[in-house]
Ligand binder design. Sequence first.
Ligand code: SAH
Length: 216
Amino acid sequence: MQDTYVHKGKRKILVNYLREKMGIADENVLTAINEVPRHLFLESIFEDFAYEDRAFPILARQTISHPSTVAEQTELLELKEKQKVLEIGTGSGYQTAVLVAMKALVYTVERQKDLHDFSQKKLRELHLRPKFQSFGDGFAGLPTFAPFDKILVTCGAEVLPTELLHQLKIGGTMVIPLGKTEEQTLTRFTKISEKEFEKEEFGAYKFVPMLNNTNH
Ligand code: SAH
């Protein structure tokens, strides 16, 4: 599959939709979404629908999030160039690619081996490589590379992964869907001091669950 003018045209329409209908205002997020060929992260049968605001199945019974969810979560991060960001749940690698396109220093973790391998290959091919890509359990974060300016969790956590909060810089933020399997609340924590956090909530979503351990 290639990235043709037809795909590029559809991406422009998607970006306009995210800006005008979904209220996404961070132009750096919109520029990155305009740059990253989402159809190349999907199975070819979904190619024609890749720029609709829809989620699709990927390997290992996981899903690639709606573009509006990716945009919303990324906007909430308030990401700046060169910031260190830890992503939990690499999945297809699409969200990772958006963060890399925003010139962040990205560290990403995935617990499903198939998806770890798929995303690594894809991100290399597209020259959108994160700083570090790990096959492991995101509950542990990446202590060797901590602290991070930002942490983005792309799976729904029933319990707050407190280890991740330890790996955040003071002044840093973590965006995470929190709640039971049926529905999660998109939540943002800002680290005020070693022990104090500000908590904000941004509505209901449905993500695949954050699970323990790894799966080969
Ligand atoms: N950002 C991805 C979304 C994938 S869905 C994309 O753009 O495609 C969420 C991902 O989180 C799944 O791939 C799932 O396997 C992964 N995941 C769930 N629990 C995890 C954990 N504890 N550590 C790392 N990844 C996890």
